[in-house]
Structure formats: C-alpha cells, structure tokens
Design a protein around this ligand. Structure first.
Ligand code: CMP
Length: 140
C-alpha cells in the first residue's frame, strides 16, 4: 500500500478512435498522476516480448498482431495504491463484465480490443516499467 507506480497502455483500438484524452482524463480523475508518457508503434517482436507471459495462450497470435497494428500510449501512473486503483478505473478485462463508468465498459470493443492494459501486480509493474522506460523518463 502507500504511493505506488504502475504501468498503463492505451491500446490501438482506442488511439484509432481518438480516445486518448478521454481515457487519460478518467485516470487523472481517479486520482492517478501521469509521471511518464510515450506514444509508440510497436513491431511484432516488441509485442511478443512484452506479452511473453502469454506465449502459450491460444490468443497470443491475435494479441500480438493487434498490439502491433497501430499506435499505443505507454504511461507510468503514480498514486495511492496505484496498481489496484488503475485496475478499478479500467474495469474487468472483458468489457461485458466491466462495471458502469469504467474505461472498458465505456470504450472497449471486445475482450481482445479492450482499450487499455494495466499491470496486475507491483512486481509486474516494475518489470513492465523497466521494459518500456528508462529511469530518466520518469518525471513525476
Ligand atoms: P491485457 O490486460 O492487456 O493482458 C492480456 C490481454 O490479452 C488482455 O488484456 C486481453 O486484451 C487479451 N486477452 C485475454 N484473453 C483473451 C482472449 N480469450 N482472446 C483474445 N484476447 C484475450
């Protein structure tokens, strides 16, 4: 508990529909602060590296193809209980199960094209942040 940092991504389905600002507004209104931000277009190899933990899953090909299909916005978010808070603001992975008012309920199109990613633990947050940012890019 206490002040944490977590990793967040706005996915290609959301950047394509020009939802970047609306999603960041929800994160900020929820009490999280953006302390690093980068808009990039991953190649397939970077998507496969980032999601390596899912390499044996049947949806790995679909996931990595989608995540390299357009621009994404990578962010580091800081705040009280940031890992859990970010997951609350995002809503359930499957938008059909997401609570009203969450990012995925409002914006996600499907389980695969679900608009945002957020770290599921403090340990994974540290790994994902280190994979995508250098320490001098965190300017909170
Ligand atoms: P994310 O939080 O980015 O972590 C892994 C992603 O895999 C998840 O969000 C979903 O977008 C995606 N995912 C999970 N299950 C499936 C599935 N059955 N089919 C397609 N994509 C999936």
């Amino acid at each position: 508990m206490g002040i944490e940092r977590t990793f967040s991504m706005i996915k290609p389905d959301a950047t394509k529909r020009n939802l970047t600002g609306k999603i960041i507004a929800k994160l900020e209104e929820g009490g999280l602060r953006v302390v690093a931000s980068k808009r990039v277009h991953w190649d397939r190899a970077m998507a496969e590296k980032f999601y390596g933990i899912h390499a044996d899953k049947p949806f790995f090909g679909e996931l990595t193809e989608f995540m390299s299909s357009g621009p994404i916005v990578m962010q580091v978010l800081e705040g009280e209980n940031a890992v859990l808070k970010n997951r609350e603001i995002m809503g359930a992975t499957n938008p059909a199960e997401a609570d009203a008012g969450t990012i995925r309920k409002e914006f996600a199109q499907s389980l695969g094209e679900n608009s945002v990613h957020g770290s599921d633990s403090l340990d994974n947050a540290a790994l994902e942040i280190a994979m995508c940012f250098s320490p001098d890019e965190l300017v909170g």
